[in-house]
Every structure is written in C-alpha cells, then in structure tokens.
Design a binder for this molecule. Structure first.
Ligand code: 4AD
Ligand code: MG
Length: 462
C-alpha cells in the first residue's frame, strides 16, 4: 500500500507494510523514530521501534545503518499516534534496508537546500518536500484540465509536434532537420531543404492552434494539451524553451464566449486544487508563498476585471513615473505594466482585450477600427500573462490580405484558408501555459522548478 492509503486507514492494529525512503531517523534511548516518505502524499509516516522489550541484534544493526535517503521496507501494526499532526503511526517490528544512501555522498541531507542547488540535482529533487508537492499538484492539474473539457463536450485532439507552419509568426522556432549541416558547411554548400527528411523546412511546433482550428471547425469544441517549443532567448523566471500548453478552440463562439471560458477554466482549476491538493497547498502557503490559499479562494469567488488595451494604456500613462519602460499606445506591455494592472488597478486577474494588430498574430479577427484585433490576454498578479487568445479572422479575403501584410505566403497556408473558404464560422480559442498555471497555483517563483527537466537557452541537462 502507498503511505497515502495507509494514513487514510482508520483501522487500529492493522498489520501493514510500508515502503519508501527514509527522511529522518531519531534515536531516543528506548524508541527509534524513522520518518518514511514514498511521495504518494505530502506526509511521511512515522515508524517507531520500541526497545523496551528488547530488539533483535540484527534489527539493531539495520537501524544503525539507516541514513537519510536510503530505501526501506518496514512492517508492523498501525496504531493511533500520540504525536501532533498525524493520526496514525507504524509500531514497527520488521525492517529491511533495500538500498543504502551514504551520508557522505548522498546530496540531499536533512537540512533545507536552495532551489538553485536542487536544479543541479534535478534527478533527485523530486524526493524533496517542495518538488514532490509541485509534482503532485502538476499531476492533479493535468487531470483537472481533462476533466474540465471532457465534461463540457470538448474533444481532445493531438496536434503534430513537427510542423512546417509558423503559427505565431514570432520567428522563434527550432528547426528539425536530418541534413548533415557540418558536412555542408565543410564543402561550402547551402542546405537544400527539398532533400531534407520531409522534403521541406520543418520545425518544432510553437502552438497547435492552426491544426486545432481544423478540428474545431468540424467537431465544434476541441482542446489540445501538449508540448510546445520556442527558441526565445529569454532567460526569465516565466519562460521555457519547451513548455506544455492547453489550447481550447470553439466554433460558433465570439471573444466574449472565449473570455467566459477562460475565466471558468481558471476558477475550476483553482477550486479543484484547493479540494484535492490540500496538504500540498498548506505547505506552499506556509513555506513558499504566504497567502496563496486565500489567493486561490479569492480567484474562485471573484469576477475577473475586463479592460480594453486602449483603456489600459490610458491608465498606465497616468502612472508614467512608476515605470522604467514608458507606456504608449502600440507598445507591447512589459511585465511592470502587467504587474500594475493586476496588482494595483484590478487587485486580481484582469482580461485585457482589443490589442493593436501590429503586436498580435496574423490570425486574430480585425475590429472595425482598422487598428485593433479581437485579442484577449488574461493577466494575473505575480506572473502577468497566463493566457493568450482571440477570436479568429473568419473572413477569407481579410485573412489573406493580413497574411500578405505580415509577409506570409497565403498559398503555403491554403489548408488553413480552406476553413474560411468552406463553411466558415466565427470561432475563438486561447492558450494557457501549463507551467505558468502550476507556478500560479503553487506560488513557485521560478518556472524551472515546476517542470521536471527544464529546457531553456543554454540549458538542457538530464
Ligand atoms: O500567447 P501565446 O503565444 O498564444 C498562442 O500560442 C496561441 N496560439 C494560443 C491560442 O490562441 N490558441 O501563448 C499562450 C500562453 C501564454 O499566455 C503563456 O502562458 C504561455 O503560453 N507561454 C509560455 N510559457 C512558458 N514559456 C514560454 N516561453 C511561453 N510562451 C508562451
Ligand atoms: Mg501571448
């Protein structure tokens, strides 16, 4: 049984076996306490060996050999615990040491380690309280993402990871090739991509949206949930080169429907976590981000603020002096601006809409003013942008013209334009960065600590 299941047992004196890794051992004359954790839940189980009736010499020897990190199997009877904060403990009688973890070489000792240090031993860091809790919350949130959509008529679509199209037009993509670049360089030749593996230039996807749209305009409601790749050279606490994104796409839906879905979605995820990750959240609340539980509760009961980009810039301009980067209409919002809007102005999440077309992707629906598009970003305190989305341009000629305007070749996207050529419908969608969500829910400051093996510029260890 897992420790999570054992701790939930009310039965007294039930015999059971505990398997896990030793967190601590305390030798107190007549009693030896061994804390064992198996990662199934935040709590460790306390296992107690009672010397008052004498312990076998062999058992004493094994006990003496126990150090932090070694793997063990113990058996005994589950008894009510006199210690505070735990219902049950194991009155242990048997002990097997499965694998040693010598104290002079095992890097995770009892003392707290910095998150920076833990990143260097990412293959062992899931054995710590913090990273273990992050992993459980991340797993639960994945499940909740699927539950949310599956119970609302959305079909899960697997979009390709290797693609020839550039969905965001941001020009920061990883190329996929089997051409021998070194050899070509040696003989001074330019690569001929028609002779590459796919017969053309291909990349790792930056978004599954375009392919997602093809299924939304057939199945009405779809979502994707998969890895995405961006070769941005930004070394920040909220950017990764490889991250997971959730992208719902709805047919017969306008920007307002999209905003409503995004708000319902975030609230659902927070509520689910509050209910199902209570112990882990208690830990984050006490040790990582004070007040995070109240923040999540307030998200669930709040109504998100809405503001247009133009009004937001007006508000920011009123506060010009505060900002290092002076806001002006047409600028891409900096994180100091997003921070102000969420933390000072709205004091909570805020949805900013109708951005200038020049700073948004080609596929967003144009407003009649000729300057802005039906875009929406959901900004949250601490992190800034957590969701980006829009209503899509559903008019064939407008979309074609916009593509040419931004230097794309419409003929290369004729499959995408077919969605407007045949049975076009208003449709909308958004993308939620999954790691930003995990950061938001746990309060973890650095995105590299909410994914098992972070990939970022200059960093692809393990
Ligand atoms: O705003 P973005 O670029 O939007 C899209 O990719 C659209 N195709 C989504 C859609 O409408 N279907 O990215 C969406 C979200 C961002 O709001 C952010 O949360 C996350 O993805 N994101 C990143 N997360 C981690 N590291 C990065 N480098 C990220 N870039 C974007
Ligand atoms: Mg964005």
């Amino acid at each position: 049984m897992l420790i999570k299941e054992i701790l939930a047992l009310a039965a007294e004196n039930q015999r059971t076996t505990v398997s896990g890794w030793v967190r601590t051992k305390r030798d107190m004359k007549n009693l030896v306490f061994v804390e064992v954790n198996d990662g199934s839940c935040f709590s460790s189980i306390q296992c107690t060996f009672d010397r008052s009736a004498g312990l076998a010499a062999e058992l004493e020897q094994t006990l003496a050999a126990l150090t932090t990190g070694c793997s063990v199997e113990l058996c005994g009877a589950l008894v009510p615990s006199p210690a505070a904060g735990q219902k049950a403990e194991l009155a242990a009688t048997g002990l097997t040491l499965l694998g040693a973890a010598p104290a002079d070489s095992y890097p995770l000792q009892k003392k707290g380690h910095s998150l920076e240090f833990l990143r260097e031993i990412a293959h062992l860091r899931a054995r710590t309280n913090t990273i273990g809790a992050v992993a459980r919350v991340r797993s639960r949130l994945s499940f909740a993402v699927h539950t949310f959509f599956q119970t609302r008529g959305f079909q899960y679509i697997h979009t390709p990871i290797i693609t020839a199209s550039d969905a965001e037009g941001a020009g920061a993509m990883f190329q996929v090739t089997t051409l021998n670049i070194a050899e070509l360089a040696r003989v001074g030749k330019q690569p001929d991509y028609s002779r590459d593996f796919f017969g053309k230039k291909t990349f790792l996807t930056v978004s599954g949206q375009l392919e997602g749209e093809t299924y939304a305009t057939a199945l009405s409601r779809i979502y994707t949930f998969g890895p995405t790749f961006r070769a941005e050279n930004s070394n920040t606490a909220r950017h990764l080169a490889e991250f997971w994104m959730i992208e719902p796409e709805l047919a017969f839906a306008h920007l307002e429907d999209n905003m409503k879905l995004a708000e319902d979605f975030l609230k659902y995820l927070c509520a689910d976590c509050l209910e199902n990750c209570a112990d882990d959240l208690e830990f984050f609340n006490a040790r990582i981000q004070k007040g995070i539980i109240d923040t999540l509760k307030s998200i669930v009961s709040s109504t998100f603020a809405h503001i247009s980009y133009t009004d937001a810039i007006d508000e920011l301009e009123k506060q010009k002096e505060r900002f290092e980067f002076k806001p002006f209409w047409g600028c891409d919002m900096q994180s100091e601006h997003e921070k102000f809007l969420t933390e000072q102005l709205a004091k909570g999440p805020v949805i900013v809409t109708d951005y200038p077309k020049a700073i948004k992707a080609f596929y967003m629906k144009a407003n009649d003013d000729g300057k802005t598009v039906r875009a929406m970003d959901v900004l949250v305190p601490r992190l800034g942008e957590i969701i980006g989305g829009s209503e899509r341009e559903d008019d064939l000629s407008r979309l074609g013209a916009r593509m040419e305007e931004v230097g794309m070749k419409p003929e290369e996207y004729s499959w995408y334009l077919d969605l407007r050529r045949f049975g076009t419908v208003p449709h909308s969608g958004f993308g939620l960065g999954f790691e930003r969500l995990v950061q938001y829910v746990t309060g973890m400051a650095n995105i590299r600590d909410v994914i098992a093996y972070p990939r970022a510029a200059g960093y692809a260890e393990f």
